[in-house]
Design a protein around this ligand. Structure first.
Ligand SMILES: Cc1cc2nc3c(=O)[nH]c(=O)nc-3n(C[C@H](O)[C@H](O)[C@H](O)COP(=O)(O)OP(=O)(O)OC[C@H]3O[C@@H](n4cnc5c(N)ncnc54)[C@H](O)[C@@H]3O)c2cc1C
Length: 420
């Protein structure tokens, strides 16, 4: 029987999240020896956390729209996502014995909405195919002989590998393992890394102590957000957000977090407008407020005429100057376009994901670092961002696959150049 020429090659995959495990799978299928190292006591902790509130693993919209969600990195991610698109990802999940379904928003979920059964089945399959999984192994960089250095419970150990795939994640929720500590290790080797920043994050608003204490944790439902982007185009987004002690968060805000974060970086703040009554025109709103209110307070008048109460009424009291609150035309205008100034993104630690990371300019088409031949990168540690909706995990899986294939092709080419 012909032996696989790569069978003696050993590849270290560092980071056991979705990107690293996918790289490990491709590599073991290619016949190389694969060792996965992770700093944490168990693998895939952020993946499991993503499954907590209902795991949204990919999206069913058409591929052009899907690609558009990756914004400025669309072109770089296109070949990677084309090679492992949302349909291929679903087929891969089905092959693990996990059914998926498309929700009403087009989002794709595992049948039971959980990550744990998928991860369990996947780790079982990886182990059965010969992948060796090592936990509590914190990668510390390279020694003078270019061996990989690990901090382990037995002290520091060095590992020689023929190639390495780094899939170390971004910098949010560091207690789940991805803490961004890799950034200075790569930067010291001359790798260009864009600073990690919060993505899919909440924003600070200067709430009064009274408003924050009263309304933090309350959802703001059925509003339309508006924002004028840097090209002067007014964007509208119907949705829901949440008032927090520090500001606002939630799906509608996350979807715009890149644009809002960049606006704050450019001009110190970002001004959103909220339509609190999207079902009514400005004229209707003003006409209702202008009706005689007798001895009723303005807030009971708003509740009885327009159904404005709770957090929406609280927002008006918080943000509308007293002289405007008493004046129907100005109050009506505020109800239809309430200015909300966002002052700063919430810290990276709290964000769902990170922007920034290893730049695509530092990588070749195989996702190999140009300055460190044989070292490949994948997943959230690359410099791309996307909204929630399954786009994050899809690109992590797809780039893990691309890096694994890239490493295989590089090892094959090396064998042709220098046969053993
Ligand atoms: C609360 C929450 C909910 C989410 N929900 C969704 C969702 O529904 N849909 C979606 O698409 N995405 C979601 N995400 C995002 C998604 O989970 C991540 O984008 C994805 O897990 C990133 O995969 P990764 O493999 O690149 O990195 P990670 O999953 O972060 O894995 C990186 C691994 O590298 C290890 N590591 C890091 N540094 C070292 C080191 N020096 N040495 C050794 N090991 C190291 C870490 O321990 C970790 O196991 C969510 C994220 C959060 C926080």
């Amino acid at each position: 029987m012909p032996t696989n020429p790569l069978a003696a090659q050993r590849v270290a995959v560092i980071g056991g999240g979705p990107a690293g495990l996918m790289a490990a799978e491709v590599l073991t299928q290619g016949g190389v020896q694969v060792d996965v190292y992770d700093a944490m006591p168990s693998l895939g902790r952020k993946f499991l956390m993503a499954g907590k509130g209902g795991m949204n693993i990919t999206h069913s919209e058409n591929f052009a729209d899907f690609l558009g969600r990756y914004g400025a990195r669309r072109a770089q991610l296109q070949p990677i996502l084309q090679a492992f698109d949302p349909d291929a990802l679903r087929a891969w999940i089905h092959a693990l014995g996990i059914e998926t379904f498309v929700g009403s928003s087009g989002r794709v979920f595992p049948r039971d909405m959980k990550a744990a059964p998928l991860l369990r089945a996947w780790l079982h399959r990886l182990r059965a195919s010969g992948v060796r999984l090592h936990v509590r192994q914190r990668w510390l960089g390279w020694d003078e002989q270019s061996a990989l250095r690990f901090q382990t419970p037995q002290g520091e150990q060095c590992v020689q590998a023929d190639a390495a795939v780094l899939a170390l994640g971004g910098g949010s929720w560091s207690r789940l393992g991805s803490d961004g500590a890799w950034v200075p290790l790569l930067a010291a080797r001359g790798v260009s890394v864009a600073p990690l920043q919060a993505a899919n994050c909440g924003f600070d608003v200067a709430w009064s102590a009274h408003f924050s204490a009263r309304f933090a944790g309350q959802p703001l439902k059925s509003v339309v957000l508006s924002f004028t982007d840097r090209n002067g185009v007014v964007q509208h987004k119907p949705g829901e957000c949440m008032i927090t002690a520090h500001g606002v968060e939630g799906s509608a805000i996350y979807a715009w977090s890149a644009m809002l974060r960049d606006a704050i970086a450019a001009s110190g703040s970002a001004l959103l407008h909220l339509d609190l009554l999207p079902g009514k025109s400005l004229q209707q709103v003003i006409a209702e407020i202008s009706r005689p209110r007798g001895s009723r307070s303005q807030s009971s008048h708003l509740q009885s005429r327009l159904g404005l109460k709770g957090v929406k009424a609280g927002l008006l009291r918080e943000l509308v100057p007293a002289q405007d609150y008493a004046q129907p035309t100005r109050l009506g205008a505020a109800i239809k376009a309430l200015p909300l100034r966002l002052l700063a993104p919430r810290p990276l630690e709290e964000a769902i994901s990170s922007a920034g990371g290893v730049t695509f300019e530092a990588l070749d088409a195989r996702l190999m670092l140009r300055d460190l031949p044989g070292v490949f990168c994948a997943g959230e540690m690359l410099d791309w961002e996307a909204p929630t909706g399954g786009y994050l995990l899809t690109a992590c899986f797809a780039s893990g696959r691309a890096a694994g294939n890239g490493a295989l092709h590089w090892l094959q080419a090396k064998q042709v150049e220098c046969p053993p």
